[in-house]
Design a binder for this molecule. Sequence first.
Ligand code: SF4
Ligand code: SF4
Length: 149
Amino acid sequence: MKTRPHSKRPGPRREELAPGECLCDHCTGRCCRYFSLPIDNPATWNDYDSIRWYLAHGRTLIYVEKKQWYLLVMTRCTYLTDDDRCRIYLNRPKVCREYTTDRCEYDGEWTFDKVFETPEQLWEYAEAVLPPRRPKHAKQAFKLPIVSC
Ligand code: SF4
Ligand code: SF4
């Protein structure tokens, strides 16, 4: 990741880099401005309802890659400096040390198998893949005593 000062201008394409040049030196630290975590794949209305809550907070995405669901939170790492370098480069977390420029998001937008940006998008998808919800009052109505005249 970021080891040297670099310009904030749109950088060169990765294939234009000179031998030994570091792609991160031309980047605004895009991989340091979010994190994502795998979540349980939803299977029920309750599951979708929980995920809907994540999306209700804004600056979040739900995406699916290779059948695994993820929560992505767009939030800048506290160690990213104003000139887009890592303040703790030599002591950065393992997840950062293992991340490489090989397939990073330097030159592309995120592309996922599925992505949901709003609760409404997610709900629309749930309605398409799940059986219809039982009305909340259905169970209660079933328990009502039968009154004869
Ligand atoms: S997105 Fe890629 S080029 Fe940019 S800082 Fe992260 S690893 Fe480096
Ligand atoms: S610790 Fe450093 S490399 Fe890791 S996300 Fe934060 S700024 Fe980026």
